[in-house]
Design a binder for this molecule. Structure first.
Ligand code: ATP
Ligand code: MG
Length: 697
């Protein structure tokens, strides 16, 4: 591998947009003429440098539409673009910013028709993909062969891993899902059937978006795609997967400059096939790349960085160049290890510490509570509600994955793509008395999934025999869909209109059905500002809000606390961070135990959590976990402090809130071309003989 070339010298006087960057950051922001890799530890200003680089490009006259900024979440893209805007003005808004999936979606809609992908495809979210696989699994009778067959979720993970790591099915099964080996032939045909169903229903799943994007780069529109951007910048490059790295390379034309930024010590998406090897291989994939290392951490005080450094010292994971974080903020509060009796006490103490910090001048907006899994915050959420502390929760069970919200989105989806069979079934099944058999009959009558049929028009025209108890609901469904299909209503009012139908179905379908209607209003509010239903639906599917609170702040009062999974806290920072449930089994998560790479990833996750804190870090650890926290049941298990933190205790001030008793015990798609190519790629990954051939989307 050729050694990376040194960066070019920064220009003599930096533009105002770059004021405040240190010399290395400035060199990175102003480097031109070759690919550029910035590898650096947490809080060293990587994202700040990317923002500076975009500002410097705009300042130098680069057309904002010719800059592509790929980020980890839509939120990150919006924030970076707004920071660029503050430096150089409103032209920043025209920069192409977003996640790989959302940019793929946008490119497919713009350029897909030239590559043979017809307009009007819908995007299946993760849950929909699993549902579709589940239907095929049932249709093919795989579940009834007397042997345990992998569940739809497992099949989805296996398929996704195959696509994103670009390894053949046989290898993925052998290396990552060995218990599925006896079923490999059935899995192969099931995945083929899944692909065929997606093409017939004109839907793409997340993985397809990337596959189709890559396929477009080698299609007749490939050259046009490569001419689109003069600059491609990728933040958090350590969390991209093999397919994404290939896409970046394939988008680089003669005059494109690419800049990737990342930190291998923060690689936390291996479970989704991301690999920091992309970072390490960058100089090979992009020959002639310059490389810049940033060293000074500007975010946290030294007492916090000492914990972070000590964590990495214990890392057996390969970190290319071990880096020690340092900061000029050498003094500061030592981190606190809060040892609690149980989760209930933890919730109470953490809430008190949050309020106390607020009294000391750290606003709720400057504080976050982080946790490994969404449900770890359940008890705290109750406590916060009791104390009237507003919060927004990111990560965990996604609001859009709740059943009633999916019902509503299914209505929007059939309006958007009347060929979307899965959405039709969901809608039909939401009516009283419509079970699988009736839904199938109705699908026949409406000619759902029949070529050239218009099931929406047929339904609105009164076709379809619904059970008598659903007569009123069916009438309302027809009327609501007719009103929304007409093009008179914008997406927000369409959701209001569909809400009238939900009012008839939710109460019988769900416990708390009436309370769930509030989510219809919230979704309608989120849709305001969109003029296109299709755009709203796609954006919300690709980058769903954590909870609706992310779309609509909890109240007009602009003070709220952030609750977030560690994964969703990537790239963020707060003055005070409270980390919950630092017990073995929670972090490292039980599921990662026993796998070396899984364990190493858990350690990096803890490193990410710790490095989010600027000035105050509290790590809390409940000794007892109740088997059932919400029932009147006192059975519990004793936990041990996370194995990663135990050796680091001297770096913390310990606050022990235990009874003596506990302290003693606590030890332990379309015209051939692209669609065909994608199917060909899938076929070669699947191996074996091909049976199903996909028809055009
Ligand atoms: P992460 O690894 O968590 O993504 P990062 O390397 O992207 O972190 P940033 O988020 O860009 O780091 O910066 C961390 C903090 O340091 C921010 O508050 C930023 O404003 C500040 N910062 C970055 N560079 C400088 C600088 N040259 N002078 C002062 N503050 C800086
Ligand atoms: Mg960053």
């Amino acid at each position: 591998m050729p050694p990376p070339s040194p960066p070019s010298a920064p220009s003599s006087t930096p533009p105002a947009a770059l004021a405040g960057l240190n010399p290395r950051q400035l060199a990175a922001a102003t480097h031109r003429g070759s690919p550029l890799l910035i590898v650096a530890g947490a809080g060293t200003g990587k994202t700040t440098t990317v923002v500076g680089r975009v500002a410097s490009l705009l300042d130098g006259g680069v057309d904002p539409e010719r800059i592509l900024l790929l980020t980890f979440s839509r939120r990150a893209a919006a924030e970076m673009v707004s920071r660029v805007g503050a430096l150089v003005g409103p032209s920043a808004r025209q920069v192409w910013g977003g996640t790989f999936h959302s940019v793929a979606n946008r490119l497919l809609r713009h350029y897909g028709s030239a590559a043979g992908i017809p307009d009007g495809f819908t995007v299946l979210d993760h849950g929909d993909s699993i549902e579709q696989l589940g239907l095929i699994r049932a249709d093919e009778g795989l579940a009834q062969r007397g042997k345990r067959f992998p569940r739809a979720e497992t099949i989805n993970s296996l398929y996704s891993r195959m696509v994103n790591t670009q390894r053949p099915l046989d290898r993925v099964v052998e290396e990552d899902f060995p218990w599925c080996a006896p079923h490999v032939d059935d899995l192969r045909s099931l995945v083929r059937a899944y692909t065929a169903a997606k093409r017939a229903n004109r839907v793409l799943d997340y993985d397809d978006l990337l596959l189709f994007w890559r396929a477009m780069t080698t299609s007749p529109v490939g050259e046009a795609l490569r001419c689109l951007f003069d600059h491609i910048l990728v933040d958090e490059y350590q969390d991209t997967n093999a397919l994404q790295a290939e896409i970046v390379a394939a988008m680089v034309g003669h005059d494109t400059e690419v800049c990737a930024v990342g930190d291998d010590a923060q690689a936390i998406y291996g479970f989704r096939a991301a690999t920091p090897a992309n970072l390490w291989d960058f100089p090979t994939t992009h020959p002639g790349a310059a490389s810049i290392v940033l060293e000074q951490n500007y975010r946290s005080t030294m007492p916090i960085l000492e914990v972070a450094n000590a964590l990495l010292d214990g890392a057996r994971a390969p970190v290319a160049k071990p880096r020690r974080l340092w900061s000029t903020m050498v003094t500061g509060t030592r981190p606190t290890l809060l040892c609690c009796e149980d989760e209930t006490q933890q919730s109470r103490l953490v809430a008190e510490r949050i309020l106390d910090a607020r009294e000391r001048g750290i606003d709720l907006r400057d504080q976050a509570v982080l946790f490994r899994a969404g449900h770890h915050a359940d008890g705290l959420e109750l406590e916060l509600a009791r104390r009237d502390i507003p919060y927004v929760k990111y990560g965990g069970l996604r609001y859009l994955e709740t059943a009633h919200v999916k019902d509503l989105l299914a209505l929007l989806r059939i309006l958007d793509n009347p060929a979307d069979e899965l959405a039709w079934h969901r809608v039909l099944r939401s009516l009283d008395g419509v079970g699988p058999a009736t839904a199938r009959r109705l699908a026949e009558e409406l000619r759902i999934n029949k070529p050239k049929a218009d099931p929406l028009a047929r339904l609105v025209d009164g076709i379809g025999r619904f059970p008598s108890q659903a007569a009123e609901q069916a009438g309302e469904l027809r009327a609501a869909l007719a009103d929304c299909a007409g093009g008179r209503l914008e997406p927000g009012p369409q959701i209001d209109r569909l809400g009238a139908f939900c009012r008839l179905t939710f109460p019988a379908r769900y416990e708390n059905g009436l309370a769930r209607l509030a989510d219809v209003d919230r979704l309608a509010t989120a849709a305001r500002g969109y003029t296109s239903r299709s755009r709203f639906l796609t954006e919300i599917t690709l980058d769903p809000p954590g909870r609706i609170g992310e779309v609509v702040p909890p109240s007009l009062d602009d003070e709220w606390l952030t609750l977030s999974t560690i994964h969703s806290a990537k790239g963020c920072e707060w003055r005070a961070v409270h980390l919950l449930n630092a017990a073995d089994g929670n972090i490292p998560s039980e599921m990662a135990l026993g796998k070396d790479d899984g364990l190493a990833e858990e350690l990096r996750l803890l490193y990410v959590a710790v490095t989010r804190a600027k000035g105050e870090l509290t790590v809390s650890f409940p000794h007892r976990f109740h088997v059932n926290r919400f029932a009147n049941d006192d059975r519990h298990v004793y936990a041990r402090l996370s194995r990663f933190l135990d050796p680091l205790r001297p770096l913390f001030d310990e606050l022990v809130e235990l009874t003596d008793d506990d302290a003693d015990r606590a030890v332990p798609l379309g015209r051939v071309g692209v669609a065909e190519e994608v199917d060909g790629v899938l076929d070669s990954l699947l191996g074996g003989s091909s049976t199903a051939t996909a028809t055009g989307p």
